[in-house]
Design a protein around this ligand. Structure first.
Ligand code: IFM
Length: 439
C-alpha cells in the first residue's frame, strides 16, 4: 500500500470497527434474547439459518482480539454495546455481567493505547421491546435514552467518544419497509414510525447524555452516492426519491430539523401525530458525524407504486456482496455532506471495507486495493477542505453479516468459524505496515 501516516493531517485517526451481535456471541452471560435471534430462528430469513449465537466468540476472546487491534497500530476501536446484554428485558433490571464485560473492553483498549469509540445501538433490539412494537412504539426514544444512561454511567468516564445509533436507514427502512432485516416487517405505518422514532431516540439520547456532562457525541449514517442508470427524466426523479429516503431523511432531520418533501409524499399520513414538535430535539447539535460508505447506487424508475425506483447493476467490479467498487463516491459524499449539511463539523468514516471470497492461505489483494483507493479518496476530500478526522475500516475480523450469514467476509483478520482461530490477512499486514509508524 503506497500510503503513510504523513499523507494525512497530524492527528488523523485510523482504526477498525465491529458490532456486538456480529462478533460477541449471544444468549449467555445473562444477556436477554434479541429480535435478531428470533428473526434468524424464523426459517428462510438468514443464509443457512445462521445467527449470532457463537459468532466470533469475542466475549470469551476479548484480550486476543484487543491485542490484534493494538498490533495493527489502530488508534481507535469502534465497538458497540448490546442493549440486551446490558438490560436483558430492554428496561428495568441491569445484567451486571454485561456491564462488567464492557468495562473490561474499555479498560483493555486504554491499557493498549487505543481510543474506545462506542456505538450504543447496532441493531440487536431486546426481544422484550420488540414484543411491544420495537421501533414503532412511541416510547422507544425514552427506553433508548434510559439504556444509554445505564451504559454511560458505567463506562462514560473512559470512552473516548460515543455514537448513538448505527445506520438509521437500516434500523427503520430496511427492517420495516423492505423486511430484509429484523424485525422483517413490510408495513408502511411501522416504517414511518420507525423512521421518526429512530431519529427521536438519537435526539433523546444526546439530550440525556449532555445533561450528564458527557461530550464528544456523534451520529452514524450510512450514505450511498446516488447516480442515474440513464439520462431520462424518470431516472432522475427516481434517483431523487431514493436519495431523499436514504440520505436526506436522516441528514435533513439531524442537521436542518426537517424532512424532505419527497419522502413525506409517501410517509406523512403514517407518521405519529405531532412529529413536527420533535424536530428541534432531533437536530440537537452533535460533535461529529460518522459516515459509513461502501458503494454507489445506480437508480432507474420503476412502474410500481411509491417510491417507484429500482437499482440497476452497474458495469464496475463488484465485491462478494454484489456492491460496485466506487471510491470516487466516497470523495463525492464527503464533499456533498460537508457542503450541504455539516460545514465545519468533524467527519469520520466510521465504516468502509469490502467482503470477498477470502481463503486463509491466499492474500486478499482485492481488499488491499479497495482500502487504498478509498483512503486515497479521503485524502482528496481533505485536500479540498473537508474536515475529515478519522477512518475506521469495516471490519476487524470476519463476522456475522446479518441476513447473509458467515459467508460474506469483511475482516482484516480471517476467522475460521469451526475452530474460531484468527489469522491476520494480507490487508491487515498492509495497514499495519504504516499504521504502526506513529508520527
Ligand atoms: O456488517 C455491516 C454492519 O453491521 C453495518 N454496516 C454495513 C456492514 C456491511 O454490510
Amino acid at each position: 500500500m503506497h500510503l503513510t501516516r504523513a499523507d494525512f493531517p497530524d492527528g488523523f485517526l485510523f482504526g477498525v470497527a465491529t458490532s456486538a451481535y456480529q462478533i460477541e456471541g449471544h444468549g449467555f452471560g445473562g444477556a436477554g434474547p434479541t429480535h435478531w435471534d428470533t428473526w434468524a430462528a424464523t426459517p428462510g430469513n438468514t443464509a443457512n439459518a445462521e445467527n449470532g449465537a457463537v459468532a466470533c466468540d469475542h466475549y470469551h476472546r476479548l484480550d486476543e482480539d484487543l491485542d490484534l487491534i493494538r498490533d495493527l497500530g489502530a488508534d481507535v476501536y469502534r465497538f458497540s454495546t448490546s442493549w440486551a446484554r446490558v438490560l436483558p428485558e430492554g428496561r428495568g433490571a441491569v445484567n451486571p455481567a454485561g456491564l462488567d464485560f464492557y468495562d473490561r473492553l474499555v479498560d483493555g483498549c486504554l491499557a493498549r493505547g487505543i481510543k474506545p469509540l462506542l456505538t450504543l445501538y447496532h441493531w440487536e433490539l431486546p426481544a422484550a421491546l420488540s414484543d411491544l412494537g420495537g421501533w414503532s412504539n412511541a416510547d422507544i426514544p425514552h427506553w433508548f435514552a434510559d439504556y444509554a444512561r445505564v451504559v454511560m454511567d458505567r463506562i462514560g468516564d473512559r470512552v473516548w467518544s460515543t455514537a448513538t445509533i448505527n445506520e438509521l436507514w437500516c434500523v427503520s427502512w430496511n427492517g420495516h419497509f423492505l423486511g430484509r432485516h429484523a424485525p422483517g416487517m413490510r408495513d408502511i405505518r411501522a416504517t414511518a414510525r420507525a423512521m421518526h422514532h429512530v431519529l427521536k431516540a438519537h435526539g433523546c439520547a444526546v439530550q440525556a447524555l449532555r445533561a450528564e456532562g458527557i461530550g464528544n457525541l456523534g451520529a452514524v449514517t450510512n450514505l450511498d452516492w446516488v447516480m442515474t442508470a440513464d439520462d431520462s427524466a424518470e431516472a432522475r426523479a427516481a434517483a431523487e426519491r431514493y436519495e431523499a429516503i436514504f440520505n436526506h431523511w436522516f441528514l435533513g432531520a439531524m442537521f436542518k430539523a426537517r424532512y424532505p418533501a419527497l419522502v413525506l409524499e409517501g410517509l406523512e399520513p403514517h407518521l405519529p401525530d405531532g412529529w413536527q414538535d420533535d424536530m428541534a430535539l432531533i437536530a440537537a447539535p452533535v460533535d461529529w458525524l460518522g459516515i459509513n460508505y461502501y458503494t454507489r447506487k445506480l437508480m432507474a424508475s420503476d412502474p410500481g407504486p411509491w417510491p417507484a425506483y429500482r437499482d440497476v447493476a452497474g458495469p464496475l467490479e463488484t465485491t462478494s456482496m454484489g456492491w460496485e467498487v466506487y471510491p470516487d463516491g466516497l470523495y463525492e459524499i464527503l464533499k456533498w455532506v460537508a457542503e450541504t449539511h455539516t460545514g465545519d463539523l468533524p467527519l469520520h468514516i466510521t465504516e468502509n471495507g469490502m467482503s470477498g471470497p477470502d481463503k486463509v492461505d491466499q492474500p486478499d489483494t482485492a481488499r488491499i486495493a479497495y482500502l487504498e483507493s478509498h483512503l486515497t479518496a479521503c485524502r482528496r476530500a481533505i485536500a479540498d477542505g473537508v474536515p475529515l478526522k478519522g477512518y475506521y475500516a469495516w471490519s476487524l475480523m470476519d463476522n456475522y453479516e446479518w441476513a447473509r450469514g458467515y459467508e460474506k467476509r469483511f475482516g482484516l483478520v480471517h476467522v475460521d468459524f469451526e475452530s474460531l482461530a484468527r489469522t491476520p490477512k494480507a490487508s491487515y499486514q498492509a495497514l499495519a505496515s504504516w499504521w504502526r509508524q506513529k508520527v
